[in-house]
Design a protein around this ligand. Structure first.
Ligand SMILES: *Cc1c(COP(=O)(O)O)cnc(C)c1O
Length: 353
């Protein structure tokens, strides 16, 4: 048997997540991964690398609980929110039997994780206004154990209507978990569902330090849920998910000063987003700029593939969303520094229509 044949059939069939880093490119303007555009300084205080770290470092958990307004027992920390997605599928979905449901166009890791574990994918596309098709979800809930909803949604940038999220939580009560992916919630904090955990034992909220906290390279994310859910996830998590330096830096980022600095960064990005949106709306090859609650902007272009390629060749790396359902002609642009916005604007203005 060849090595290829030794592998699990679903792994052989798998298309890995096309992460911004894997897609490559030789850019000097990186606006394809929704990262914060500049590095924040940090120092290490822990010098005890001879010892294994705590599985759930207390300082990190306590600081995050205080920040999110939940109890420490309602917080799990992991290697990015992506590991949270994986743990939920591993703990709740029986391979070859259960399904996860999500509503494209949305974040790609729900598919990749489900496929890796041999769990069925149930896709219920959003309506024309990018809101949930609640009837479609209701009709497809059989065998579904986890429903993923990203709000604000990546890549469309808009919030899911809270009354629809309530309807979804009512409909799934006693049947399935509802996972609200809040990777971008710092850009619209009033919309968080964390306060709903007391009402819904099957609600899960995903968070990350990769976006507004400017720590994508740290790989640190959070799952908020009631203790029953957290206890189950604790059964399947690795014994030492976070290294000591990661926990050290995460605890600092979540200190009162760290939170204040994060809020200043968010204000800076929101200003820059306003500037970029207003400029994009005056550019000939830009057909439509969609409202965003996040640190990225989705826009529809005439000849988007040519525009994407042309900017790529000039070292400006955007994210092509053209292949996603209902997003033909769309590119996603991360809000970066003013210099980066200007490079994008100048390059787009130079495109012939
Ligand atoms: C970036 C992102 C994540 C992943 O966050 P990590 O903590 O870096 O793993 C999860 N969900 C969405 C919607 C994202 O855009």
């Amino acid at each position: 048997m060849s090595i290829e044949e030794l592998a699990r059939a679903n792994v052989r069939a798998l298309t890995p997540y096309q992460s911004a880093r894997r897609l490559g490119g030789n850019g000097d303007v990186w606006l394809n991964a929704n990262e914060f555009p500049t590095a924040v300084p940090f120092g290490l205080t822990q010098q005890t690398l001879n010892r294994y770290p705590e599985c759930q470092p207390k300082a990190v958990i306590d600081n995050y609980a205080a920040y999110a307004g939940v109890k420490p027992e309602q917080v799990l920390v992991s290697r990015g929110a992506d590991e949270g997605i994986e743990l939920l599928i591993r703990a709740f979905c029986e391979p070859g039997q259960d399904a996860v449901l999500y509503c494209p166009p949305t974040y790609g890791m729900y598919t990749v994780s489900a496929e890796t574990f041999g769990v069925e994918l149930r896709k219920v596309p959003v309506r024309d206004d990018w809101q949930l098709d609640l009837q479609g979800i209701a009709d497809n809930l059989d065998g579904v154990k986890v429903v993923f909803v990203c709000s604000p949604n990546n890549p469309t940038g808009q919030l899911i209507n809270p009354q629809d999220l309530r309807a979804l939580l009512e409909m799934t009560q006693g049947k399935a978990l509802v996972v609200a992916d809040e990777a971008y919630i710092e850009f619209c904090p009033q919309a968080s569902l964390a306060g709903w955990l007391t009402d819904y034992p099957h609600l899960v909220v995903l968070r990350t330090l990769s976006k507004a906290f400017a720590l994508a390279g740290l790989r640190c994310g959070f799952t908020l849920a009631n203790k029953e859910v957290i206890d189950l996830l604790m059964k399947v998590i690795a014994p030492y998910p976070l290294s000591t330096p990661v926990a050290d830096i995460a605890a600092q980022a979540l200190s009162p000063q760290g939170i204040t600095a994060m809020r200043e960064r968010v204000a800076q990005i929101l200003d820059e987003r306003q500037y970029l949106v207003s400029q994009l709306r005056n550019i000939a090859c830009v057909e439509q700029v969609f409202d965003s609650e996040t640190n990225y902007i989705l826009a529809r272009f005439t000849a988007s593939s040519a525009v994407f390629k042309s900017l790529w060749d000039q070292g400006i790396i955007l994210r092509d969303q053209n292949k996603q359902p209902s997003l033909s002609g769309c590119l996603r642009i991360t809000v970066g520094t003013r210099e980066e916005s200007q490079r994008v604007i100048d390059a787009l203005n130079a495109e012939k229509v």
